[in-house]
Structures are given as C-alpha cells and as structure tokens.
Design a protein around this ligand. Sequence first.
Ligand code: ADP
Length: 485
Amino acid sequence: MHIVFAASECVPFAKTGGLADVVGALPPELVKLGHEVTVYLPLYASVRPHLSGEWKYAVRSITIPFESYNRFVGIVDGGLRNGVRYYFVDCPELFDRQELYGTKTGEYSDNAERFGLFCRAVLEASKQLGVPQIFHVHDWQAALIPVYLRTVYYFDPMLSGAGVVLTIHNAGYQGWFPPVTTERLLFPWDIFTMDRVEHFDTFNFLKGGLVYSDILTTVSRKYAEEIQTPEFGNQLDGVLRKRKADLRGILNGVDYSLWDPATDGKLSAHYSPANLAGKVECRDDLLHAFGFDHVADTTPILGIVSRFATQKGFDMLAQIADQLMSRDVAVVVLGSGEPYYENFFKDWMFRNPGRVGAQFRYDEALAHKIEAGADMFLMPSRYEPCGLNQIYSLKYGTVPVVRATGGLDDTIEEWNEEQGTGTGFKFYGYSASDLLAAVDRALTVFKDKESWKKLMLNGMAQNYSWERPAKEYSDVYDEVARRRG
Ligand code: ADP
C-alpha cells in the first residue's frame, strides 16, 4: 500500500518533541512490512543542512490560492532514506525560519496560513507525485488535509478514493484561529459549525481533522480513553466520544538504533544487561557535564529531560523541591520552554550548588548522557499522551518515577519487592505529596543494591521496538482501505 505521511516534525530534519521521533521511525518500519511510504514536511531552515548540493525539485511550482493572492510552492525531493521517500514543501517566506512554530515572544502570527498551505500543498503535490491509498496525518498542523479532501476537493476524481488516518500526538495543541480563517483558507462558511471545525468561536484545525478523518489514533491506549473525558480532552472530549468507534490507541515504539546503551554513540561508555560496568563511567561523565565534583557514589542521581510546559507537572516538583533536598539525592535537568519553569529550576540550582544542575537548551547528546548516567528518571506529567523518555530510561537501566497517566501508565509497572517484578515507581493523584512518596519509595529501594539491580534489569529487558506498533498501524490502514474500497 502507498501511504503518505504529512507532519510538521520528523527526525532528523526538524524536532521539538516526540512527534518528530515517531514520524522519523515509523515510516522505515512500515517499509519493512512491504508498504511504500512518502513523508512530506515543511522546508524549515533546519532542513537545509540535510539537503546537499543543488536542490532537486520534484515539482517546480504549485499554486496555492488565498483570498486575494497566490503563493507558489516548490516540492524539493529529499531522496530515499531507509526506503522512505522524503519531500519538502518549499515556501521560504513561510517556512525558512529558525523555529518551527514561534519564538519566545509567542507563536508566529501566520501559523494558520503556514500549515493551511502545507496541507493543501501535500494534496496538490501528491496528485503529481503519487496519490496514496492512505494519507496518515499528524497533529493539528496536518489536520486540514482531511478537511480539504472531504470539502473543497470532494469531487476531485484523483483524490476521492484516498483514506485518512489522523494521529493525535497531543490533544493539548489544536491550532485555534479566528473564524475568518475559514475564508482566508478558502473553505466554504458552512464548515464553520459546531459539528465541523468551529470550536468556541474559533476555527480549530485539530477538530476539523477529528471530524473528517476515517480513523483516529492516538499514541497510547490509556490516552485514547483519557481524551474522551473532560479532564484530558481539552474540550474535544465530546467530539472524541462521538468518534469512539473509530478511535484507536497505538503505543509508540522507540528507535533502538538511536537509543540503546550498548551502541549509543553519544555515550562515553557502553553497557548492557550482561555487563553494567559502563553505566558507572556514564555516571561520571554526566557528573562532569554538570560540574558536580562532590556527589558520593552512593548518592542517586535523578534525571529530567523535558520541554518545560504545564503539561509536564513541574509545578508539583516545585512544591517539594526543598523537601527533596533533605534526602540524599542529586538532580540533573535538561530542558527549555516556559520561563516560569526555567526560573524555578534556575532558582533551585542556585540554592543547591553541586546538587541540582540545570541546563536550558535543546541538546541531543546531553539528553542521551542523562538517560545513561542518571539512576532515576522523573516524569511527573499532568498528562502524557505516550512519553518517550521513560521508555528510553527503561532501556538505559535508569528507573522511571512517573505519574500514572497516558503512556506513562501503559509502560511502567510499579516495583513489587516481594515478587521482584515491576519496572519503576508511579503515583496516581496530581499531588506533590504523592510525587514525593513515589520518589521516597525509589530512594528506599536504591539503598538495596540487589533489588535495585533486579529493577534495572527488569526495565532493560522490556522491548518497545517499532515492530508491533507498525503492524498495528498497518492493520488500521487495511481497515480504512476496506471501508473506502
Ligand atoms: P513531548 O513530545 O511532549 O515533548 P515525549 O516524551 O514524547 O514528550 O518526547 C520528547 C522527546 O524530546 C524525547 O526524544 C526527548 O529526549 C526530547 N527532548 C525534550 N527536551 C529536550 C532537550 N532539551 N534536549 C534534547 N532532547 C529533548
């Protein structure tokens, strides 16, 4: 089957979060199953270094009409990589920017035009380069593809047979824009109703995608249930409940060719379940990266790698920050995002030099070093559609301490001392004291070297490779093709 992926992020070209990891790893796995896969991405500034030599245009110019002007978009051929074809939508005035969605001062004001154009360009390009059986679109940025397809492209004989699968990577980001977006993107006003794209008097990209796609998926079974409730649905729970029969939870895999301590090129030493010695060297390397000179070998290191957003639950950590410092523990943090959380970590670090270290940037290599060098990995998320870091942590023998939500609940099993089962520590309430209790349970087990080793090895034995989820997606594509056929 030919499947077109349309997304705003993909490793290694452009990344702000887990979406990029998924769009990078799933297509090659689908190719292994015999599918033909094409990935479309905007040609951001970060894509340019990946395009060597003179650009090869697969399509020189596509006209994308707006109300009173046209934009002209090229499709740059990114070639075949691991059997996957990459096309980049070239519209420099909209995409040739350092950031993907906005700067520290806010979102780009033309995001509706940027991603509206992207969606239309994917449809137009595929008419010239190959219409797939399935458009697999990701998050709000690509969610207008099904809306165009089932409205203004409805009578297009080339496109009418194509099915659409939409994957929700995070229902907290929906693409809300003013009502006038409807006509700016040349949609008829009759789609601006409550049962279509209108949402509390905004034009809502994701809602449009939820209404017009054939099948919806999200990135864990638990999150698929959660988003149908008012607490997690971000006001889309009603629409999602209506589409319950077409909503599937497929847990993300991880790319073990990048995330395996036995082969990880970003580490100072390698290790595996059979020989854990290298983890000690990774720990020293990590302490060095944070300039910690006096952390005892017996002191556990708690690691955090994260976007700083309310979703990630660091407000709870702030409440117990001082109590945590009364325990024997060191903390290393890598992340960036909302200034409120950066300020909290900065302040915590300055009050606890040599014990709390925080670095505020995006740094792939340091993320790997933390996964390897830390003893525990903290994810107290308010909600977490899948979460990748806890799955990386399992493989790295770095024990996850997580809130039991979404993919965190699906992937981490509480340690059971008597039976020697489980892979981490989890807490349920959104409460700082529950978080502290979970960390305390981890600190207690850490003191018992034998139990801790068993716990680490339980995690390292887990297998979250893409093989199984790829098969599940493949079944979803078959189901859509059957319905359309
Ligand atoms: P989300 O998509 O909500 O950000 P995920 O856990 O699904 O959360 O994915 C986060 C991904 O981004 C992981 O691959 C993680 O290692 C990476 N990441 C997050 N922040 C940073 C950072 N500051 N530096 C390097 N990698 C980061």
